[in-house]
Design a protein around this ligand. Sequence first.
Ligand code: 5GP
Ligand code: MN
Length: 332
Amino acid sequence: MYDTSILKEQLASPKQVTVLMHARPDADALGTSLALALFLREQGHAVRVIAPTEYPTFLSWLPGVDTVIVAAHCTQDALLAQMQDIDLLFCVDFSAISRLDEWAYLLKQPDAFKIIIDHHIEPENFADLLLWDSQAAASSEVLFQIFEALEQKEKITPAIATCLYAGLVTDTNSFKNPNTRAVTHRIAADLIEYGVDPFNVQRLIYDNKSLNRLHFFSFAVSQRLVVLPSLHVAYFVIQKEDYKRYELKSGDTEGLVDYALSLKDISLAAVLKEKDDTVYLSLRSVGDLPANLIAKKYFNGGGHKNAAGGVSHLSLVETVDRFEKILQEFCL
Ligand code: 5GP
Ligand code: MN
């Protein structure tokens, strides 16, 4: 049970609140942030939600998403003006400052009380209050349990439940990943009772692709997949031109890595994506193979044992080369 006494105190009177998620937000970061914002607005607080970079287009149906301010679309002055006079700053689904990319300066709010809501390992100590559990399948699970500890579960509206459910479904890969615990299912069941339509949420997340996106997946599987059977590794290499060719929007490569992992006898799957001057890596593993260690040691990243990510500032070709060498250490 979380100790929410300090949070209760902080929320006792109406506050100016900013909810900040990590860059390239996924459904857990976005859903948990929106759920928190909807909940706090109901209690009379003034809430802004900031995403450093664009959120996935396929999540644009989430309740309240139209209120999200995308920092990459704003000038620094405009952003800092938005952050003036805030009392509370929530950091949602991240506890490493590097996950804000170049927007780390948004944390420099000496007068704001900072609260982390997260489930990533090794949190950095930059907040006044850490509501965190690395055993939790998703940040949405943590937030649900905070509502529980605050004895305010009854304030969960269908819109709030839907945002939380979206985070739970995606971070557990539809309850298939081993981070799914009995309590995860109990929370999912509660959320259904609070008004989520689980079938509709799953459809909106997974069966809502543009034809372009489906064509891209087909192209990637046939042209961009490398399989290394002796290492039990399969990975995609997505070039800058591929984004253009298939008119890919933010988040459109999400889910691709699972096709590599769906192959028989594969223990590590990856997507290496070239965007501007950076290569982004998405890693997934099975069993004890530590994807987060690979990301942390070699790609300035991190995550969870079976789902992690990082970046490389080498060229795409050099990154692929380096990645293959690194596999010798982890996958032989
Ligand atoms: P995805 O492959 O879906 O982008 O990311 C999978 C998981 O890896 C995320 O939930 C997050 O925990 C972690 N992750 C992704 N990118 C980064 C990164 O750049 N830095 C860190 N520390 N973790 C990351
Ligand atoms: Mn998460």
